[in-house]
Design a protein around this ligand. Structure first.
Ligand code: ADP
Ligand code: ADP
Length: 226
């Protein structure tokens, strides 16, 4: 089964800048995939389109067979996205943020509270469940974003630079958390600047540069070329 299929995806911003010039990408169910590329290559634009924050100009996107244009709500149900910026209400508490997020998906309150407890515990945030989230450290806020993206139990999780600015110890524990999710069958795509992160976690990679995919291969093949 294909988790993500992207065909001829283009994005021209309002100022005329062509950020994506016809991206093709295939990620299989169960994969752990890295989207690599220099700053400005188009990684965040691609993720923005998947999370429906950015309107695409052309092309098609499917997540587990749900087409972004024809079935956006079906697509959203099987997709969790962790953007780079902290975009939760910093005055709300982690537990409440997760329960409210579950509400958007129509998840019953009792189930939502159970899942909030599960993910806050697994991500080491249970102690902080009732603290205003602006009080959390950067690494804690990042983990809160991951918990929020998981609350509806998506089959595909996409993370934009999940460990940027995170110290090495926390990075390692986030790696083992993500590896555990992948072993449970969740397909994961991440963007990263750290080649080591991609090397540790990912089986397949796509390299994007100037809005085009310039390489689509396995991690093993890539390392043999270096
Ligand atoms: P769209 O074409 O998707 O409607 P716009 O061109 O209207 O997008 O821009 C959306 C937002 O991104 C605007 O608020 C704009 O100020 C901001 N923006 C403009 N240029 C850049 C850039 N180079 N990098 C990041 N954000 C930008
Ligand atoms: P990456 O995530 O790979 O660093 P982005 O997708 O953020 O790349 O940006 C790709 C290109 O599109 C960059 O040159 C960026 O300046 C430009 N860009 C991003 N957002 C906007 C916008 N809203 N308006 C105009 N240009 C943008």
């Amino acid at each position: 089964t294909s988790a993500l299929t992207i065909r001829q995806l283009t994005k021209t911003y309002g100022n005329g800048f062509e950020a994506l010039k016809g991206i093709d990408l295939d990620v299989a169910e169960g994969d752990f995939f890295a989207l690599l590329g220099p700053n400005g290559a188009g990684k965040s634009t691609t993720i923005g389109i998947l999370s429906t924050l950015v309107n695409k100009t052309g092309g098609t996107v499917e997540v587990f067979g749900h087409d972004l244009d024809r079935d956006p709500s079906g697509l959203k149900r099987c997709l969790g996205v962790v953007p780079q910026e902290f975009n939760f209400n910093q005055f709300e508490k982690p537990f409440d943020i997760l329960v409210a997020q579950a509400g958007y998906y129509g998840i019953p309150a009792g189930v939502a509270r159970g899942r909030a407890e599960k993910y806050l515990t697994e991500l080491g945030l249970w102690d902080k469940r009732n603290v205003a989230s602006r009080m959390l450290s950067g690494g804690m806020k990042r983990r809160l974003m991951i918990a929020r993206a998981l609350i509806h139990q998506p089959r595909l999780l996409i993370l934009d630079e999940p460990t940027a600015g995170v110290d090495i110890e926390l990075r390692r524990s986030m790696w083992s958390f993500l590896t555990g999710l992948n072993q449970q069958g969740i397909t994961i795509i991440l963007t990263t600047h750290y080649l080591e992160e991609a090397e540790q976690l990912c089986r397949n990679i796509g390299i994007i540069d100037h809005g085009r995919i310039v390489e689509h291969t396995s991690m093993r093949e890539l390392l043999m070329q270096l």
